[in-house]
Write a protein that binds this ligand. Structure first.
Ligand code: ZN
Length: 517
């Protein structure tokens, strides 16, 4: 085969613009949320080398192949409401202008996008970004894309990249591996070793995030089939994207991406076979575990604790703002009839600041949570002692995003003797045991641990949890998707039904001038 070998690749550019957008949340996500964690230029290699992140994977492949790295921009923040239009434009402008600056020196671009970013006024800003990159870098410029398993991967978006790989695991413990897969495929193509051809198939369904755990059957069975298909001769890579149910966009839904070596028919057959498997399993995929309302969950937890099963992990999974109070309200109502309970990472900057001012050892009465939307529950009057207070910044030790630095700003433990609530200034979903060790709490002391995670907690908690109960609350991220007011999702995506017209919900894509309230 002719063409340059890998040694001719001297330098690759690395960048990422990552957000999982919940279009139903009322508050826009401003630039400051991304700037809090933004990394630029040479700092990207320093920040992510050796970490279990996509960038860690990109960097590893570059290091293994003696390829220099040019860091562009990495901007990410936790899932939240639609990205403000100006915020997205500012980040896209910077990424594009940095890419142009290095166009001659860098032999290609390794890019991380989520797949479910939405900005005010644009249902697919990632597509817009890739169009801009193609317009300015050229159609032949090599671009590899690493995306999140929860991406809504529009075919026209994915086709703008030479290579598309996504996480195959949720919890996403394979982030670095995914970065490596994408980078290796691009290198192989640049060296003329392989000729990646990509096929897409869409099964016409979207999964609630709580049912996207890839080690839970029947999704685990289909993922195993995918891995077996990846081993067949001629197949280079396969990803099953489950889609993201809380971004109401035309591209909503699952996508199977199969990459074959020069054999387009094989890629199509493989993608369609796996897509058909998903479609035929859709009922079962949608009902993998029972759902409890808060009262029922606490009742069940009490039974389990009486049988010696502990700790019981409760998932207030429908909370998309990390500040819902439905479960905490039920816990407070239960009073003394509740085991020792931890509520790690309730987003409440005012509460965290007040607790820090009040100081460790002081008693404090405050209202907690319930501020992110009208479905987040009422702010709750809560009285407790401050057990820990101050800035909370640490390197993640759990399997998910291992090695990355997490900065939660001013944070505090407020403990009423029964319930220890950890409040943070930066929204983050607790997924591992770091909240306990970082705040001086002994996890073994707790009977009940109330999380807001969907699947990522499983990597750290499955080995230690006595039981896991899914708590369904009337919030913006429910398992029961038919309760949500979809407007932009196309017909035929199971199980979504279109919202009735003239309902009272604001449409995220309005320009803001004609919103009913
Ligand atoms: Zn994800």
């Amino acid at each position: 085969m002719t063409g340059p070998d890998r040694r001719s690749v001297k330098r690759l550019a690395i960048g990422g613009l990552v957000h999982e957008t919940v279009t139903f949340l009322p508050q826009e996500t401003e630039l400051a949320a991304f700037e809090h964690r933004a990394v630029r230029g040479d700092e990207i290699a320093q920040a992510f080398a050796g970490s279990n992140t996509v960038y860690g994977g990109f960097l590893q492949v570059c290091q293994d192949n003696d390829i220099a790295v040019e860091g562009l921009l990495v901007a990410e923040c936790a899932p939240s409401g639609p990205v403000a239009g100006a915020a997205f434009e500012a980040m896209a402008d910077e990424l594009v202008s940095r890419a142009v600056l290095w166009r001659e020196e860098a032999d290609g671009l390794l890019l991380h996008l989520h797949g479910a970013m939405v900005s005010r006024g644009d249902t697919d800003p990632e597509y817009s970004l890739l169009l801009r990159l193609r317009a300015i870098l050229g159609d032949d410029y090599p671009i590899a894309l690493a995306m999140d398993l929860h991406g809504n991967v529009a075919v026209e978006k994915a086709m703008l990249a030479d290579v598309v790989c996504g996480f195959r695991r949720s919890p996403h413990t394979d982030m670095a591996e995914t970065g490596e897969r994408a980078a290796k495929l691009l290198l192989g193509k640049l060296a003329g070793e392989i000729k990646p051809v990509t096929a897409f198939a869409r099964p016409g369904l979207v999964l609630p995030s709580i049912f996207t755990a890839t080690e839970v059957s029947p999704l685990s069975d289909i993922m195993a089939e995918m891995r077996a298909e990846t081993e067949q001769a001629g197949i280079l890579d396969i990803t099953i994207f489950t889609g993201f149910a809380y971004a109401d966009v035309p591209a909503i839904g699952a996508t199977v991406v199969a990459i074959a070596d020069g054999d387009e028919a094989l890629a199509i057959r493989t993608a369609e076979r796996l897509s058909a498997r998903l479609a035929e399993a859709r009922e079962a995929l949608y009902h993998t575990a029972p759902l409890y309302d808060p009262e029922a969950a606490l009742h069940k937890a009490a039974e389990l604790l009486a049988d010696g099963v502990r700790p019981v992990v409760l998932l207030e999974h429908a909370d998309r703002g990390n500040d819902s109070t439905h479960l905490l309200e039920a816990m407070l109502a239960r009073g003394a009839n509740l085991g020792r309970t931890a509520v790690p990472y309730l987003h409440d900057p005012i509460g965290a600041t007040a607790a820090t001012s009040s100081g460790v050892g002081s008693q404090l009465m405050l209202t907690l949570g319930g501020k992110s939307s009208e479905l987040a529950g009422l702010p709750l009057l809560y009285t407790g002692y401050v057990k820990f207070a101050g800035p909370l910044r640490y390197k993640i030790t759990g399997p998910y995003r291992n090695g990355e630095t997490l900065d939660l700003g001013l944070s505090a433990v407020i403990d009423n003797g029964k319930i220890a609530v950890i409040v943070t200034s930066v929204s983050s979903s607790a997924v591992d045991t770091d909240p306990f060790t970082q705040c001086g709490l002994d996890i073994d002391e707790f009977d009940i641990i109330a999380l807001r995670s969907k699947t990522h907690f499983r990597a750290a908690y499955e080995p230690i949890a006595g039981a896991i109960l899914i708590v369904e609350t009337p919030d913006w991220g429910p398992a029961e998707l038919t309760t949500l007011p979809y407007r932009n999702a196309p017909p035929g995506v199971y199980p979504i039904t279109m919202a009735p017209p003239n309902d009272s919900f604001e449409d995220v894509f309005d320009d803001g001038t004609n919103n009913a309230d």
